[in-house]
Ligand binder design. Sequence first.
Ligand code: MN
Length: 130
Amino acid sequence: MRISRGRNGAPSEERGPTFSGRVWADPVLPGADGVVVNDVFFEPGARTNWHTHEVGQVLLVLAGEGWVQSRDGTGFPLTAGDTAHIPAGEEHWHGASPGSYLLHRAVSIGQTGWLEAVSDDDYRAADAGG
Ligand code: MN
């Protein structure tokens, strides 16, 4: 058994080229049998690239507002208290809405497969309901 405490004093890590806009991620539970837990903070308009999760992912929305969208165009608004499950292999992105930051806790299982950036057209399509 292992207990991972909250903030450990390390500076928040700003994420790079697999995101658009400014995004910070704090490790909550670093790798444990293929499960990684991160708190991820997106500035308004910021989002992940398109990507997949080898086994799946659960997003727990802690604050703010945002979107999650799958490649088939289905988009869902996210707000504090919501939980999203992304099944294994489903191409998707998640991020903040244009007018709000988004803070979610991401429980990611298995490897993440990163793809291309989400275009502004695809981003706007989520806002329009997919
Ligand atoms: Mn994801």
